[in-house]
Write a new protein. Structure first.
Length: 388
């Protein structure tokens, strides 16, 4: 299938075995040549309705006109230069207006980089080393499980895990770490909304031991609310990591937070040549304007509710194949009764022109509407009849 890229592709979630559940699928798209709105064109020239939306990186839809225009202007302006662009401060100021707790911002290119920056800022601020995490925080060494190949045991030993939405265990783990704990970093949404008591426990206990509370909002900023989960459910994080939807697919991520903690970035080394190129910053400026002016999260919630409702009906109709529906309207998925069922359903959906993920998450965008959702649900219904 591929001789030049180990593992078929550079993005792990786009490997055939990750996407479809089988390493050598047949009759389904493996590569694409273009994307527009909520549809992509495969290398075979066929068009597919998409609910994966670049793993949640595109909230406005592919090729949004305002973002494309901003990117074209920025490319014509030279892409990158020897000085910091005016846009860097302008986009940071816009983020601070959207999220008042984000008093200062540092830009990077990927979510994993931004997480690493947030952890380093927390360690510099506290003078401590240990980190507790909940969720997926990227591929870099500092947030991997102890048995991850290529990660030194000494590095992996500084990172431990917390369960999602379990306030009692969160309190216990944070107190055990005590004054060695630099930071707690959590994804505030993992298959469901955060419980108020869990958020309260995280906030109270990190303050008690003097650790930094970081929200990894790579998936949620600009989607569950303009300001992400912290704006919608609270939690009062010290730092927020954001990415994906903030530049509608262009490579940009950021770590933001209160001045007294973000100032630690000037006492350590966090830097990237292309963190300040024009094009992604221009895309973010245009994207944030549209997110705010159109109230994109409200649209995602409304259309996503139609999708979630339809998936729930299908789950009730096909209990032999579907165990449950999980997630939120803005980011949801089906849980299958077996891996074989998940594989068969997503492969047959793809053969019938629908790209739908078999695990967390599927995403709606500004270009999805009720008609598109109904079309997808009909394809799923017909496939589930056949798989059953």
């Amino acid at each position: 299938m591929n001789e030049h890229i180990p593992g078929f592709t550079s993005t792990g979630s786009k490997r055939p075995e990750a996407f479809y559940g089988v390493a050598r699928p047949s009759g389904v798209p493996l590569r694409m040549i273009s994307a527009s709105g909520c549809r992509v064109t495969g290398e075979d020239g066929r068009e597919y309705l998409d609910f994966i939306m670049a793993l949640g990186a595109v909230a406005l839809g592919y090729g949004h006109q305002a973002v494309v225009a901003a990117v074209q202007r920025a490319a014509a302006d030279g892409i990158v230069g020897p000085l910091s662009p005016v846009l860097e401060e302008a986009v940071a100021a816009r983020i601070s207006r959207i999220m008042p707790w984000a008093e200062q911002v540092r830009f990077l290119k990927t979510g994993a980089e931004a997480v690493a920056a947030a952890v380093r800022i927390a360690r510099t601020h506290t003078g401590r080393s240990r980190v507790l995490g909940c969720g997926y925080h990227g591929w870099l060494d500092g947030t991997q499980a102890p048995d991850t190949a290529g990660v030194p045991a000494a590095v992996a030993g500084l990172f431990g895990t917390l369960p999602f939405n379990d306030a009692d265990l969160a309190v216990r783990h944070i107190r055990q770490a005590g004054d060695s704990l630099a930071a707690v970093i959590v994804e505030p949404v993992i298959e469901s909304a955060p419980a108020p008591e869990w958020l309260a426990a995280l906030r109270a206990e990190t303050r008690r031991v003097g650790a930094v509370l970081i929200f990894d909002e790579i998936k949620t900023v600009g989607r569950v609310a303009l300001g992400g989960a912290a704006a919608r459910w609270g939690g009062d994080p010290d730092l927020v990591v954001m990415g994906k939807a903030i530049a509608n697919g262009m490579p940009l991520a950021a770590v933001a937070g209160r001045h007294e903690i973000m100032s630690a970035a000037t006492r350590t080394w966090i830097s990237s040549t292309l963190a300040t190129e024009f094009v992604s910053l221009a895309a973010a400026d245009a994207t944030l304007r549209v997110l705010e002016e159109v109230d994109v999260p409200a649209h995602l919630g409304r259309v996503g509710s139609e999708l979630l409702r339809g998936l729930s009906i299908l789950s009730d109709q096909f209990p032999a194949v579907l165990r449950r529906v999980a997630g939120l309207p803005e980011m949801c998925f089906l849980e299958f009764t077996s891996g074989d069922h998940g594989r068969d359903v997503v492969m047959e959906c793809a053969r019938r022109g629908l790209l739908f993920k078999r695990s967390a998450y599927n995403f709606v965008s500004l270009m999805h509407d009720e008609r598109v959702v109904n079309d997808a649900l009909e394809v799923l219904r017909s496939v589930l009849r056949d798989v059953r």
